[in-house]
Write a protein that binds this ligand. Structure first.
Ligand code: SF4
Length: 84
C-alpha cells in the first residue's frame, strides 16, 4: 500500500454547481449518471465542461438547458450564433 495523497484543493467545485440546472433539474432522474459527471466535471475539471465554457463566454442565460458537459463540439456553434 502506497502513499496516496488526495489533493483536494486542486479539484475545486465548479462555481456554477449550486445553480446549474443541468444537475439540479435535468439529471434528477439519473442519479448514477449525475454522480459520474459531477465527479468528472463539477468537482473535477470544470474548465472542460461545455456548459461551463458557454457560461464563462456568454453568461448563464445563453447555456442551452440540454447541453451536456461532454458536448464541447456544440460550444463553437453556440458561441458563433450568439455573436452573429
Ligand atoms: S455541469 Fe458544468 S457548468 Fe454545471 S456545475 Fe457541472 S461543471 Fe459546472
Amino acid at each position: 500500500m502506497g502513499n496516496i495523497t488526495v489533493r483536494k484543493e486542486s479539484m475545486a467545485d465548479c462555481e456554477c454547481l449550486a445553480k446549474c440546472i443541468f444537475f439540479n433539474d435535468r439529471m434528477a432522474s439519473k442519479p448514477a449518471t449525475a454522480q459520474i459527471l459531477k465527479k468528472q466535471y463539477c468537482q473535477g475539471n470544470s474548465s472542460e465542461c461545455a456548459r461551463y465554457v458557454v457560461f464563462k463566454a456568454l453568461g448563464g442565460e445563453h447555456v442551452p438547458p440540454d447541453l451536456y458537459p461532454s458536448q464541447k463540439d456544440r460550444v463553437e456553434k453556440i458561441l458563433a450564433s450568439a455573436r452573429a
